[in-house]
Write a protein that binds this ligand. Structure first.
Ligand code: SF4
Length: 436
């Protein structure tokens, strides 16, 4: 036997060993997770979407609540989007929830409400990429499809000592081919879950627990003593910091005890979610970048002008607190200022914000700004603002929201919070405000 033939045989042996011992270990050690108690494709789909970028412990209560509220594909497809977002509140990556509902509508309309047992059909669902499609097809229907995510690539990189960069597309393709070859006949669902389980519990990113690992005997990285340096992964660009000025506007008169919230635009970052109004802070130094703290007086002045331009009649009073919100590409540092609602002057354009009746059953008072009126009202300030704003110097990365100051506004109290979906940072800010 040549050296090459020997190598192929050894590799083949290592593959068989891996599949067999991993599966045996999984059948004994697997965690009891709510979505593993049934083979309901809808449950599996929901859990896989929730588990993207999120830990199992965090997902469990969300999954249980979500399934209770939307027990079927039809229930999810027919629900108001606000309710779906509210159920997702705190999980982050909200486009996952919106895509999920869009895909539920596709399943309802095209497949009679049954998650299809078909590769092309599953791939065609919004928000379903190769990993999720593989997970649904293998776990729910036992199809021999690989489900390769970062955890699985880490395990395979180590066990087979693969030094290719897992951030690169061709490496993923290579890993998918390898993972497909490893699936034992008739065991696709269990095997893929076993691989995920090993990555989550044993072959963890830092300090892999090799001693209790069921495949240690043939793990090439372990044998070479280089398990800690694998997988190879080029670092993503760190998120760009961005300073923003946020307004916690406290109501007076009929709005006493309430604060003002704003709905984000229908597309883009955190689409249609609710927040405290906020705007990019200009650089502290002329020609400087976003990030350095603006002196308090300048911040108050800028916030007052931003609010005025947006048709919000309020006076910033003092810095309240700072908070951070991290996205994959950007980190907002929100400098939150307490502001007092000012009397609405019954004069000219200043008074042209339109106050609407509270929506039935909500119990809050709603204010929608007449966009044209607000724009007309703000013209002089807007012109002044534009003159010194130099937007290119502090690109917010949130242009849609910054341009959409005519978005819906609401006065809410603590009880009303249950009716609106907030990104985590605003949920925390509002909770701590109402707890005071
Ligand atoms: S032996 Fe260690 S490095 Fe190898 S697969 Fe197991 S936990 Fe990972």
């Amino acid at each position: 036997m040549t050296t090459d033939e020997k190598h192929v045989e050894t590799r083949q042996e290592a593959k068989l060993f891996f599949s067999r011992f991993l599966l045996e270990w999984y059948h004994i050690q697997k965690r009891d997770l709510p979505w593993r108690r049934h083979r309901n494709p809808y449950y599996i789909w929901i859990s896989e979407i929730m588990l993207q970028q999120t830990r199992v412990d965090t997902v469990i209560p969300y999954f249980n609540r979500f399934i209770e509220r939307f027990p079927t594909v039809e229930a999810l497809a027919d629900a108001p989007e606000e309710e779906v977002l509210k159920c997702w509140e705190g999980l982050g990556y909200y486009s996952r929830a919106r895509n999920l509902q869009h895909a539920a509508k596709q399943v309802k309309e095209n497949y009679g409400g049954q998650v299809p047992d078909d590769r092309d059909a599953v791939f065609g669902l919004k928000g379903v990429g190769p990993y999720t499609a593989g997970a649904i097809l293998s776990i729910a229907f036992n199809r021999p499809e690989p489900a390769v995510d970062g955890n699985v690539m880490r395990v395979l990189s180590r066990y087979f000592l693969i030094e290719d960069d897992i951030a690169k597309g061709p490496t993923r393709v290579k890993m998918e081919k390898l993972a497909a070859e490893l699936i034992p006949e008739g065991e696709a669902g269990s095997f893929n879950q076993a691989l995920m389980e090993l990555g989550a519990l044993i072959c963890t990113p830092k300090s892999p627990r090799c001693l209790p690992c069921p495949v240690m005997e043939h793990c090439a990285a372990r044998l070479a003593g280089c398990e800690a340096s694998l997988p190879v992964k080029t670092k993503a660009k760190p998120p760009r910091p961005e300073e923003r000025l946020a307004a916690l506007v406290e109501g007076r008169g009929e709005h006493a005890g309430r604060v003002l919230i704003r709905q984000r635009p229908a597309s883009g970052l955190l689409a249609r979610m609710w927040e405290l109004p906020h705007w990019p802070a200009p650089p502290a130094e002329p020609g400087g970048g976003s990030g350095a703290l603006l002196p308090e007086a300048a911040a108050l002045d800028r916030l007052r002008r931003s609010m005025s331009q947006a048709g919000i009649h309020a006076r910033p009073e003092e810095h309240w607190m700072a908070a951070e919100h991290t996205f994959s590409h950007i980190v907002w540092t929100l400098q939150v200022y307490r502001c007092r609602e000012e009397a609405v002057l019954p004069l000219a354009a200043e008074s042209r914000a339109v106050y609407l009746a509270a929506p039935a059953g909500r119990g809050d008072s709603a204010m929608a700004v007449d966009a044209d009126a607000a724009q007309a009202a703000a013209q002089p300030q807007a012109a002044a603002l534009q003159a010194d704003e130099q937007p290119a110097l502090f690109d917010s990365g949130d242009a849609a929201a910054d341009a959409a100051d005519s978005g819906a506004l609401r006065w809410i109290n603590r009880e009303d919070m249950a009716n609106y979906a907030f990104p985590n940072v605003f949920l925390k800010l509002l909770n701590s405000y109402f707890e005071q």
